[in-house]
Design a protein around this ligand. Sequence first.
Ligand code: NAP
Ligand code: HSE
Length: 427
Amino acid sequence: MTASPIGIGLLGYGTVGSAVDRLLQARQEDVTRVVGAPVEVRRALVRDASAPRDSNPRAGLLTSDFAEIRDDPSITVVAEVMGGIEPTRSWMLELFAAGKSVVTANKQLLARHGAELFAAAEEHGVQLRFEASVCAAIPVVKVLRESMIASEVNAVLGIVNGTTNFMLTAMAKGADYATVLAEAQALGYAEADPTEDVTGGDAAAKVAILASIAFHTRVTIDDVPHEGIDTLDSIDVAFAGDLGYSVKLIGQARRVEQGVVVGVAPTLVPRAHPLSAVDGSFNAVMLRGDAIREVTLVGPGAGGDETASAVIGDLMGVLGTSNSGFLRADGFFRSLPIVPADDVESALYLRLDVRDQPGVLATIASILADDQVSIDSVVQRASDGRAQLVIVTHPAREGAARHAIQRIADLDVCEGTPVVLRVLSAG
Ligand code: NAP
Ligand code: HSE
């Protein structure tokens, strides 16, 4: 005899929400086998329940009244796939108070209000799971929280935004920025406001979440300095190509002696590096630690079905572990300081617009040397008395390198603001 169906609620029936509903129905047999009962979406919240939709929801599924989900006793778990900070945060707190566990894809909310939300879930004896908030189909949250529970992870590094990786891959082949951004939006990769993707804000939220669960300390989005690809000049992508690098938006979190270093920036990645070959909307996360050495997870980092797969995995996880303590606590048991980027070492790419005359390169090299910055390679393209001078440095303390770059920018022979990008080491 089949057990009675388990009710699920959805907050949101857009790209991800409609895919969760569709995949749950398509995989109903497997789901029933795993959970021991059929699982069905009872209600899905949208802004306008009467608007026509390509996803073709069945009659009576959509509602614009949150209370219909919160107060429905047949709904035990809710997937929050609507995004935004408010009213999402308040509604999530109301769901916990109503005894419902929540699965979320909302990295911005978690990276800002994670402490409050985890505490509330714990207080009400329900679960908050968030696999879909980081790298869509890649199960990196599960790996960090469950599989590596006994390993000391000391670095998390990778490509954590699908939209910008899709854009950079196309731009490296000559596509133009606005066209590929529109394409990423049409494919359902981009956030409702794609500014979050292109300015690095989406990746910064994911880095905050990854750093928090990898190092068991609270890191918020405000702790993560970030630059995006919106200010990246195609000339630098071309120079990087000539020098043997691809340009990727890299997020990283590292455990150092003094605390935790976090950041997101467009970065030159040597062609021989595994991250260099990760193209399109794929993401990749490298986890490093003593026991694990290096584990790399690669897969689709954005998209409706890809994200829905992670949401459904979490829904099954909640259903399979309710009435147990498994993964209930938020797992943060210490407080590590955030180390300013200036205090850590990185190799840098500099592009300078300089006068093409004797002694300029020597002066620049000498300023860099004053701050202990050593040059790895130099390329120059000159025309009409000026030169685009590209310098790649060996790893140097970033604060010292930026001091030297400011002195170079102040030289009479130098015009405009130098372009500074980070360079990933080959290993
Ligand atoms: P979306 O297509 O814009 O869908 C959002 C849904 O939420 C829509 O159905 C919308 O209703 C509903 N909604 C939004 N605000 C609401 C409000 N105040 N009241 C009631 N309903 C509201 O967004 P999405 O791409 O599915 O993304 C959803 C979440 O998943 C976001 O947190 C996003 O960061 C995350 N995520 C997305 C991806 C991806 O690849 N798309 C990947 C990972 C994580 P209407 O339909 O009536 O407008
Ligand atoms: N907009 C996000 C991205 C969705 O492009 O990576 C996945 O979190």
